[in-house]
Design a protein around this ligand. Structure first.
Ligand SMILES: [Zn+2]
Ligand SMILES: [Zn+2]
Length: 579
């Protein structure tokens, strides 16, 4: 049982307790615990195996810790089963729909016999929900909207598809006379790997005119809804975008509110309330006097509460508020800190651009170093390099490095990790290279135990510098491999092999929670684009976003280090063989 499943059960318990009319604090305790487990970077299975005390996790008390233990050990929880048995079957199913509270769920089951999402959709569509006494048309409409949102959520858009569109629209919006502020909000601004929809916010001297100009932007295919301060549009790629215009004086509070996360905002409100303030999207009110303070800029919201500015990427209620109060937030790595890319392909294998074009593009970005890492010979489909071609490439690389000047060009490879954990070039060939990125490309279905052995064996090779796109997932297309991440992270931390945060928007691999855990265990990272064309270097920001969500500072990201320090990692890393 994984953390997400445990969290779901805790959430269901909270709802059933509410239905039973239990005291509020009890309900809230389970909701908080669910959230804490969902966000916890370490799987409970492992935590228990290693003898961790679950009560050390904020939000987990003795009784809930025992329940989690029972769930993990036996796969079921007697308490939950007994609770469920007190209600008609199907109620817990409906509780997963946001906006359907426990009472409504019970009513739907008892009076309409609805026990699944599909049945609920049908009951909304044929008017049975609207006809229920105590519910009515308004509730039915609300439920319909929630169902639609839920379906949309299942079709989440990769960040890499959403962000460029949002930026184009924002650029268009900023050209409109009288528009003073414009920003993305929501999960997009927090750099979540996928987003449900695109939320934009702004302020304008003449909101209706700005809305009219917005819906007329060339990217907009159709306006789905349009009011004096709001619009919902469909862009040509089929994405839905919401724009909301607000008063200048409230922009800071609104942006803060709509950036979320919901959990961060709950924690922030609670923190403020204990100090006598009430925070909302309309400003901060002094509870005693009722006086309301308005904020044009988001920074001012945090400053007013005595907090450091909290970067959107870490607004997840994971202790950031307490740290901000002490002025102790990490200084998160930034895209501008990146000084080189260590994973790039050329037209010698499956890349689109020449080696020289890649080097020039990296130089133009201001990089101090770049590694060319074409595929190894076993990659038949990508025209992998034979040893002879690899050596030939090295000669070209050296002459290009001289010609272009001002950038150190490392010769590397992205060597295949074969199914048995051996590498696709002999050691003496790997020894000639500056950078060895070892990656999984085939036999990705191996069971966890075998896959783990395979990876540990590969990473124990002293020539390996980097574990490339470690989970081998393709967002929305291919699931991650099954791997004992703890074992891999422990070994990487011990041997000094860097873990790649692959910034390619279709991968984003490692993902944020894994980076976070690996960082705790002392691993270091490279944020690489895996560029297959010069234009791909620009994707570095997506990987930096992942690193930031995992609280990484510049010291954790090796390719944010100056060349000399980076070469220390490459050539003088203390190699401790794992085998
Ligand atoms: Zn690869
Ligand atoms: Zn690659």
């Amino acid at each position: 049982m994984n953390n997400a499943q445990i969290a779901d059960i805790l959430d269901a318990i909270a709802s059933l307790l509410e239905l039973k009319g239990e005291e509020r604090f009890k309900v809230v305790a389970y909701q908080r615990a669910a959230r804490a487990i969902a966000l916890h970077p370490k799987e409970m299975v492992l935590a228990l195996k290693e003898g961790d005390d679950l009560r050390a996790i904020p939000g987990i008390g003795k009784s809930i810790a025992e329940k989690i233990e029972e769930l993990v050990r036996s796969g079921r929880l007697e308490y939950f089963e007994e609770l469920k048995a007190q209600f008609p079957p199907g109620v817990t199913e409906l509780l997963h729909i946001p906006g359907v509270g426990p009472k409504t769920a019970l009513k739907l089951v008892q009076e309409l016999g609805v026990t699944s999402l599909e049945e609920l959709e049908a009951a909304v569509a044929d008017g049975r929900v609207a006809g229920l006494p105590g519910l009515g048309a308004k509730s039915a409409e609300n439920i319909e909207r929630r169902l639609r949102e839920l379906r949309a959520k299942e079709r989440r858009i990769p960040l890499g598809a959403a962000l460029p569109i949002a930026e184009e629209l924002l650029a268009g919006l900023r050209q409109v006379p009288g528009v003073r502020q414009a920003s993305a909000a929501g999960s997009l601004r927090r750099f979540r790997e996928t987003v449900g929809d695109i939320d934009l916010m702004g302020t304008a001297d003449d909101p209706p005119a700005a809305i009219a100009a917005f819906v007329a932007l060339p990217q907009v295919k159709a306006a789905l809804a349009q009011g004096p301060t709001k619009a919902t549009v469909l862009v040509h790629s089929g994405l839905q975008v919401d724009l909301r215009l607000v008063e200048h004086q409230d922009f800071g509070s609104l942006l803060q509110h709509f950036t979320g996360s919901k959990e961060h905002n709950v924690a922030l409100r609670e923190w403020a309330r204990r100090r006598g303030y009430s925070v909302s999207e309309y400003g901060i009110a002094e509870i005693a006097s009722g006086r309301v303070h308005h904020f044009q800029r988001e920074e001012e919201v945090y400053r007013f509460l005595g907090l450091q500015f909290i970067p959107p990427e870490i607004r997840e209620a994971r202790g950031e508020i307490e740290l901000a109060a002490r002025g102790a937030l990490p200084r998160l790595v930034e895209a501008d800190d990146i000084r080189g890319d260590l994973h790039a392909h050329t037209d010698w294998t499956d890349g689109q651009d020449s080696l020289e074009a890649m080097v020039r593009a990296a130089r133009e970005r201001g990089y101090a170093y770049l590694a060319i890492t074409d595929h190894s010979v076993g990659r038949g489909i990508t025209n992998g390099l034979s040893v002879e071609r690899l050596r030939e490439q090295r000669k070209l690389l050296q002459s290009v490095e001289q010609q272009v000047g001002g950038i150190r060009v490392f010769h590397g490879t992205e060597v295949d990790i074969r199914a048995d954990g051996t590498l696709d070039y002999p050691d003496e060939v790997l020894a000639e290279l500056d950078v060895v990125v070892a990656s999984l490309h085939s036999a990705l279905q191996q069971p966890a135990e075998r896959m783990t052995e395979r990876v540990l064996r590969a990473l124990a090779n002293p020539h390996v510098d980097v574990f490339g796109h470690p989970s081998a997932r393709l967002l929305g297309e291919r699931p991650p491999v099954e791997l004992d991440w703890e074992a891999v992270f422990h070994q990487a931390s011990r041997t000094g092999v860097a873990l790649e945060i692959n910034a390619s928007p279709g991968r984003l691999d490692l993902k944020d929670v894994h980076v976070s855990r690996a960082r705790e265990l002392g691993c270091r990272f490279l944020v690489n684009t895996d560029a297959h064309a010069a234009r791909h270097f620009a994707a570095i920001r997506y990987g930096v976003g992942v690193a930031r969500r995992a609280w990484c500072e510049s010291q954790h990201i090796l390719n944010s280090r100056p060349l000399a320090e980076f070469e220390d990692f490459l050539y003088h890393r203390q190699v401790v063989s794992g085998l």
